[in-house]
Write a protein that binds this ligand. Structure first.
Ligand code: BTN
Length: 328
């Protein structure tokens, strides 16, 4: 759409861009450029115009739309990015694309989810205009067990993206929540399909939700969630962060499986759990112990109250509480 490409050109250029330059770069009429500028203004973009110099983007909403993403990513990369206004779940949408044969790297990004899903059958609050709801398709040629580390690798990749764009380095709460003072800033839900005949991975959809611009959370989320705005005190560009998340996921796809050592080390450095008292839930049982370390396969080594030491896997238990006198 002309409007998206005009917005992308204005985002990339800090000064004025001539109307003639835009129309010839896009191969559209001056009238079409004028119409695009008009509809961008109606969406809240403040665009200065000068008969001599053309158009200059002064400010705009923190929108997550195709034009904003195109301002941060190349047109080639955007070919397999689906940017949606609203969807039930980006994971669900991407799984349908994966079944139709979408290539690795295909990404779905939404401004709002009406049925956002979290781990363990929970829901993931996905209000419009404040978060990033992002799903990325991987097609590793591997057996399912060898790809189990990808969720932890994604936590590393997302911590890198968030730090690069916001300056805040989140902690990782084993196994895959990114947190600030014990509150979730980013959650990850990985879903996989396995081919019946070969028992090889058919596709993996990695779904990532980031709380970006919320000023506060209500109800039970008040104690559980935080946004990048609450952490940094700044408005973080959702498009810039979504683009960086995509670059980090592209890098992860290329790094898997050879950079295992690097991702493990980065994970251990960011993980806030080892050394703390934890409460683990295994089936209906609640266990207390001390987390000792993250093992090479991203299990958690725990010493239980009776002195026994066990490596627990994320499929088996979840960490419900971390006790250290104060929140992390
Ligand atoms: C969790 O913390 O329990 C995982 C949350 C994962 C949420 C993301 S948002 C994008 C993708 N689509 C979904 O429905 N869920 C994931």
């Amino acid at each position: 759409m002309t409007k998206d490409t005009v917005l992308a050109m204005l985002r990339r250029e800090p000064g004025f861009v001539s109307g003639e330059g835009i129309s010839s770069a896009l191969g559209v009429s001056r009238m079409a450029v004028n119409m695009a500028i008009k509809s961008l203004r109606a969406e809240g973009y403040v665009i200065e115009s000068s008969t001599k110099k053309g158009y200059c983007l002064i400010s705009g909403p923190n929108a997550l739309n195709p034009g904003e993403l195109l301002g941060c990513l190349s047109p080639e990369r955007m070919e397999t990015v689906h940017c949606l206004d609203t969807v039930d779940s980006t994971n669900k949408y991407l799984k349908a694309l994966a079944m139709e044969g979408a290539p690795a790297g295909t990404t779905v990004i939404a401004d709002e989810q009406t049925g956002g899903r979290g781990r363990l059958g929970r829901s993931f609050a996905s209000p419009k205009g404040t978060g990033i709801y992002f799903s990325y398709l991987l097609r590793p040629e591997a057996a399912p067990a060898d790809t189990a580390v990808l969720t932890a690798w994604t936590a590393v990749a997302m911590a890198r993206a968030i730090e690069k764009v916001s300056g805040f380095a989140p902690g990782i709460k084993w196994v895959n929540d990114l947190v600030w003072q014990g509150k979730k800033v980013c959650g990850i839900l990985t879903e996989m399909a396995v081919e019946g005949e070969t028992a090889q991975v058919q596709y993996i959809v990695v779904g990532i939700g980031v709380n970006v611009g919320q000023d506060a959370f209500d109800g039970e989320l008040e104690q559980k969630a935080a946004s990048l705005k609450m952490v940094t005190g700044k408005e973080i560009s959702r498009a810039a962060l979504a683009a960086e998340m995509l670059r980090q996921m592209d890098a992860l796809g290329a790094d898997f499986p050879k950079k295992a050592e690097e991702y493990l080390q980065a994970y251990r450095e960011a993980c806030v759990v080892p050394g703390r008292e934890v409460m683990l839930v295994r089936r209906d049982e609640v266990l207390r112990g001390t987390a000792l370390e993250v093992t090479e396969d991203f299990s958690l080594k725990v010493r239980f109250a009776d002195g026994s030491v066990e490596d627990v896997s994320s499929g088996e238990v979840s960490v419900r509480g971390i006790y250290d006198g104060e929140k992390l």
